[in-house]
Design a protein around this ligand. Structure first.
Ligand SMILES: [Zn+2]
Ligand SMILES: [Zn+2]
Length: 276
């Protein structure tokens, strides 16, 4: 059996609803799956409230992924196996989501001022249940309306840092993300260290109270994997891994179950939820 500790649903920027993701995980015969939406636990709360989490046939691990920035490098902090109703965590994700809405409105105003015939509702139709409406949704709306030829072009010409419709993010610090996950009883894990693009920053981050490092990741080659495995082992951190599945056709892996990790890596993060 195989497992996946990094997936996204339509509650952030994935395309599948939590129900569809769970069905796909069962279809792929996964043993453990963690749902790690960006800055929200609404997907897993939704499953809980629908009576689909816990599940008898799939081990579901609650997770989250915070987007942080250190010296202009993207540092993503995963959290696992925490109380999804923890008040501090819920308050912080609410604050992040409110600032995202404000950012989204500003982005739309900028696009309209630039003469793009696009409205908030065009984007919201695409965003669906996502509570973190962002640039990816805006880019898709621009393509759908024929205002950009591709998502890449929408980013390159408009939405990327330095382009005219770019609006900066409100971000929490990695220190804050680690403390929030710990405070909610969970295990913080540094995500896809290669995407930080600077191993000295990775090493510096691992001085924080992390419990694991995402060693296994589709964009890590054999050498990266060996290097990060050594970094994790030196520090006594858990090794983790996952596909970062979004169900977006252009983005590898396009299917769940293609990139997996051994169950032994996932098992320590699994605790059947107590009465929530
Ligand atoms: Zn990430
Ligand atoms: Zn991710």
């Amino acid at each position: 059996m195989a497992s996946d500790l990094h997936t996204h649903t339509s509650f952030s920027d994935g395309r599948l609803s939590p129900e569809e993701l769970v069905a796909a995980a069962k279809e792929a015969k996964l043993s453990y799956i963690a749902i790690t939406d960006h800055d929200t636990v609404d997907g897993i709360r939704h499953l809980y409230e629908q009576g689909l989490y816990p599940s008898k046939t799939l081990h579901i691990i609650p997770g989250i992924e915070f987007s942080c920035e250190v010296d202009e490098h993207d540092v993503h902090v995963l959290g696992y196996d925490f109380d999804i109703y923890n008040q501090d965590l819920v308050d912080k994700v609410t604050e992040i989501s409110e600032s995202r809405w404000a950012r989204f409105s500003t982005m739309m105003e900028k696009l309209q001022e630039l003469g793009y015939a696009i409205t908030e509702s065009d984007v919201l139709q695409i965003a669906g249940t996502s509570t973190s409406v962002g640039r990816a949704h805006v880019a898709r709306a621009l393509v759908k309306k024929g205002l950009a030829s591709s998502i890449r072009e929408a980013f390159d010409k408009l939405l990327e840092h330095g382009q005219p419709a770019y609006v900066p993010h409100y971000r929490i610090s990695p220190e804050e993300a680690v403390a929030l996950v710990r405070g909610a009883g969970g295990v913080p894990v540094l995500a896809h260290p290669k995407l930080v693009k600077d191993d000295t920053i990775v090493a510096r981050m691992l001085e924080l109270d992390f419990g694991g490092l995402e060693v296994y990741y589709p964009k890590h080659d054999a050498e990266d994997t060996a290097r990060y495995k050594a970094m994790a082992e030196q520090r006594g951190l858990r090794l983790t891994g996952g596909s970062d599945f979004h169900a977006i056709p252009q983005r590898e892996p396009s299917e769940l179950g293609v990139f997996t990790v051994a169950d032994e890596l996932a098992e320590p993060f699994f605790h059947p939820p107590q009465a929530l």
